[in-house]
Design a protein. Structure first.
Length: 234
């Protein structure tokens, strides 16, 4: 009898120990499973993954217009010789004085020169369209609009499609648009207004609105041709 009680006692103790061990192991296994599931929930996103709405990438669309200019800039000369404006005025002035031009009694050439002079030294600003800052195609567009009431397209590339083709520098006349290959990916990349004697007015990205010479090696090598509009007869 005593042996039977001892047997039941040992059997009960064994069940208790085994049960605790299994319960403890089950708890550990459950925690490990939860940790694994947590790791699986963490995933690396790629460019193809949708971005959660609360973490959407904000883009400043106002910078789009400047990206092109920064990635494909003109490489104008750092220094250019100064052009004597008085000599130009004297050549085209009807009075021959070269000092004062009267807008009311001026020729079309003189009016064009006066408009150009109004913009001389205006700083360059990509996308600009005023005396606070202007780019090359806005400069030609503004001058043509003010003097000739002629509408030019906005970009140098588009203006290149307007008017009659002038292939040679020797055939250029006062007031012609002239174009240059100054960028790697867009041709033409620059436009100015021819004013005679191999000189032209333009908005340079390094110097603002200036008068330059086609005799400079930089411009001579990059000259792409001219365009003459029917309304621009001087």
């Amino acid at each position: 009898m005593t042996f039977k009680y001892l047997y039941y006692f040992l059997f009960t103790i064994t069940l208790l120990i085994t049960g605790c061990t299994a319960s403890s192991g089950s708890g550990r296994y459950q925690k490990e499973t939860e940790n694994i599931n947590e790791v699986k929930d963490v995933r690396f996103t790629t460019q193809d993954d949708p971005v959660p709405s609360n973490k959407a990438i904000q883009t400043d669309s106002s910078q789009f217009g400047q990206v092109y200019d920064e990635t494909d800039p003109d490489d104008f000369p750092e220094e250019e010789p100064t052009v004597d404006i008085s000599e130009i005025l004297n050549k085209f002035s009807t009075s021959g004085s070269g000092t004062v031009l009267d807008a009311d009694n001026s020729t079309l050439k003189e009016k064009l020169l006066m408009e150009i002079i109004e913009y001389l030294n205006t700083p360059y600003k990509y996308g600009g369209h005023s005396k606070k800052g202007i780019d090359c195609s806005a400069f030609t567009q503004t001058v043509y609009s003010e003097v000739l009431s002629t509408s030019l397209l906005r970009s140098a590339r588009d203006q290149y499609t307007q008017g009659n083709v002038i292939s040679s520098k020797a055939d250029l006349l006062f007031g012609d648009l002239i174009f240059f290959n100054t960028r790697r990916r867009v041709k033409p990349g620059h436009v100015g207004i021819y004013i005679g004697d191999n000189l032209f007015a333009h908005a340079s990205s390094k110097h603002g609105v200036i008068i330059s010479s086609l005799d400079l090696d930089y411009y001579s090598k990059r000259f792409m041709g001219g365009r003459r509009l029917d309304d621009a007869q001087f």
